[in-house]
Design a protein around this ligand. Sequence first.
Ligand code: AMP
Ligand code: MN
Ligand code: MN
Ligand code: MN
Length: 273
Amino acid sequence: MHNHSTSSDGLLSPTELIELAARTGVDAIALTDHDTTDGLAEADSAARHAGVTFVPGVEISVSWGDTTLHVVGLRVDPEAKSLKDGLEAIRVGRHARAERIAAAMAQLGHPGTMAGAWALAENKAMLGRTHFARHLTEIGAVKDIQAAFDKYLAKGKPAYVSHRWASLEDAVRWIKESGGVAVLAHPGRYKLKPMMRDEMLADFRKHGGEAIEVVTGSHRPEEYSHWQRIALEYGFLASRGADYHGPGESPAEPGTLPNLHSSLTPVWSNWAH
Ligand code: AMP
Ligand code: MN
Ligand code: MN
Ligand code: MN
């Protein structure tokens, strides 16, 4: 229930992603590109072809105070006006942000990274840090994507540029108004202390968030039981998703993560096929 394509920062086209999933033997797959629904139509038709159930989704970038959160919407309608307009509004500004990242990288002795990242972004409107990380890896400035984030691009590192994304309230509202269900993506990634974490989860629920990811390629396996406990404690539905970005770049391929624990209610439990 969480995968990327070339419409944002994934390496496979929507069709290639669906074909990979079909080969892996999944019975359902979601496409959840960052801040765009551009790939959904292609993925939907590829899924019909491959006989796989397709779940149209999106992963919305959110600013919650100084913390960037990601909220996945599942079963969204890409034609819904508030979702469409909202996503467009948060995409604006990615280009200027990329220029600032490139300027910081130039200061650090790596000129030309804007052109490099640009060339790697199929969907130019979705130019992001992953494209910079891939370019820095390609030119040998770092050994891999993870090192690019650890050394330059992650929050607190010298080429990090803060950016104002959607509010949590708006992101959840757009998802709900488009008929979808809001799922907090990889809650373990935000490194919030327990009090802030509780405040964030309470805010998410207050605005209409219904589920959290428990089993995800963006959690270490030893984190699963922790977020399982939190889901049960808060009464959130649970989701599972690879957060797949492409061959060689993700710890898990679609359909290969363990099942959710039987004590959890999966977010898809009441979906009719
Ligand atoms: P952006 O929306 O441009 O800020 O890029 C966010 C994307 O960068 C995420 O969806 C991940 O694909 C990737 N990313 C963010 N932080 C890290 C990290 N610490 N290590 C590896 N990839 C990361
Ligand atoms: Mn990504
Ligand atoms: Mn994410
Ligand atoms: Mn993701």
